[in-house]
Ligand binder design. Sequence first.
Ligand SMILES: [Zn+2]
Length: 373
Amino acid sequence: MRLPDADPGSVARGWLEAADLPTGDPERLPVVVVEGGQPGPTAWVTGGVHGNEVTGIAAAQDVAEAFVDGPPVGEYHERRNATRVGVADPAAVRGRIVCVPVVNPAGLRRASRGSYYHDEDPNRAFPDPTEDAAVGSTVQERVAERLYDAFADADLLVDLHTAGAHSVPFVIRHRVLHGDLRTEREALELSATLDRLEDALGIPVVGHYPPSEYVERGLHRSMVGAAVNGAGVPAVTVELGGHGTVDPTARAAGVAEVFRALVAFDMLESVPGPVDRDAPSFEVPVDFRTRRYRGPRTSTAGIVRHRVAAGGVVEEGEVIADVRAPTGELLESVWADHDGYVLGHRIGAAVYENDAVASMAVRDDEPPVAERP
Ligand SMILES: [Zn+2]
């Protein structure tokens, strides 16, 4: 994949050749390069690896647009418009920002999470350098491999997603695993960089699943998982609200998070005023470190009714949702099995037995650095 050339202090748009399609056209990923006025780190900003998580696409686009026709160094435009174009000067950037707003164009075309090449989840297709990925790899894995090769020497990667229905925005911090690819000391260094990044962000940070569940679910082969645990690139997953259509508030939160990350990596002096002003503020509703959790789970099939809104704090044993029969009567109350808060609701109301009704942030007892299971 070849990035478009941009002169120092300018913005260039182009396409990354991802694969050939059976219909004779190339599958291309849109790319915008913001070439800073001074040398410095390279940051990648990606969206739409899940094709229906469109608020992430919009946020990645608007990070790049913020630099189009921006004001001179040291000034920020105070334009009051919905998209915040031209609020920052590319010449004021140290380093290079590479924005790829649509990583999964096949998913975007049909408004679905996956691509249709072989119906895979593109965010579990990135290479695991401990495995021989070339054997039997699918076209989706080849596309992910080409993208991985392009970002593997980056200094920062922010991947923008949207979580479940009504979700609050949050950042997922991946665990740094040591083993074949890096020593414990190297893993601790990478984790310290993630600490610095975490401190700079404005929305709640939630740890990823415990190490064995993380690997079992293939999350080390997600884009951020492969960046952190394969290439050793500091990276975070940002989960915005707004699934299916662009949510303006969540979009603004996403743009601001990327700018905060750029400032934390000394690529910019400060977050542009209009970007900062648009960003909604979020309080972490609990005073302990949390991790992702899918649950609690139902024991009966039926139609779920939530009782706790996203962002709401729950204690273990508290009722979080009810399951009703199609005829309306209560079948089951679903109790929280952990302390924490609700991140978002399950998409869709129908549940089978043992389905998780919500996504939660629960007390995290696992260390941020661990030996790879
Ligand atoms: Zn996603």
